[in-house]
Design a protein around this ligand. Structure first.
Ligand SMILES: Cc1cc2nc3c(=O)[nH]c(=O)nc-3n(C[C@H](O)[C@H](O)[C@H](O)COP(=O)(O)OP(=O)(O)OC[C@H]3O[C@@H](n4cnc5c(N)ncnc54)[C@H](O)[C@@H]3O)c2cc1C
Length: 179
């Protein structure tokens, strides 16, 4: 759930965690003998929901520092590795030319956009879908009834082409018609 919605609905994730551990039959059993060894800490993930400047004179940001976590799946390891590779190539080019200017570094920002931009934009659209709980709940309810749809939803977390379907109205029309 996006953080602005959580704030609006006054959702306290720390209390929700304690409640779930105490009330959910599966979690209660799983954590029956567990002891808290430290207070619960939580931080927001640096999601790539909007594009930012990722470099300047003699510097580049990679991975979480560059806000490259996929807003739909919450995954950031892959993009951290991609951005590290792209930054390494840019650094090699700068060393070769002796040019570390902010202007030259813009090539790094452009490469990140070319490689990761489309996927991050698509995932941002999907993240916004959660703001329409009726639509989202409809999708999830239909998924619990229909194995084929359930498999499609699961695959969307790792297959970008399938994820694109979620942004198309025809997907929901077919869903309503149960096709
Ligand atoms: C609870 C949780 C679950 C997640 N699950 C997944 C998942 O299933 N799949 C997935 O793809 N992603 C997942 N992520 C996101 C993923 O962990 C990050 O996107 C990814 O690790 C980012 O890599 P990074 O190298 O940019 O940063 P990090 O992995 O955070 O690495 C940064 C490193 O720099 C070190 N450091 C910080 N400051 C300094 C300093 N001043 N000097 C020296 N070292 C310093 C830190 O100790 C750390 O080791 C999850 C994140 C969280 C919080």
């Amino acid at each position: 759930m996006p953080s602005d919605i959580m704030r609006k609905r006054k959702v306290n994730l720390k209390s929700l965690l304690q409640e779930t551990l105490g009330s959910d039959p599966v979690f209660r059993e799983r954590f029956r003998a567990a002891k808290a060894v430290s207070p619960v800490e939580g931080y927001g993930l640096p999601l790539g929901s909007r594009s930012r400047r990722l470099s300047g004179q003699r510097w580049m940001l990679v991975g979480d520092a560059a806000f490259l976590i996929d807003p739909f799946t919450g995954e950031g390891i892959g993009n951290a590795i991609y951005s590290g590779g792209i930054a390494a190539k840019q650094a090699a080019e700068c060393l070769r030319s002796g040019d570390f200017s902010a202007e030259t570094m813009l090539a790094y920002d452009a490469s990140i956009q070319r490689v990761l931009g489309a996927e991050l934009r698509l995932s941002t659209k999907l993240q916004k879908l959660v703001r329409y709980p009726r639509l989202f709940n409809l999708l999830m309810k239909a998924g619990t009834r229909n194995k084929q749809l359930r498999d499609v939803i699961s695959s969307m977390f790792y297959e970008v082409d399938l994820r694109k379907k979620l942004t198309k109205p025809s997907f929901y029309i077919k869903l309503l018609l149960n096709r």
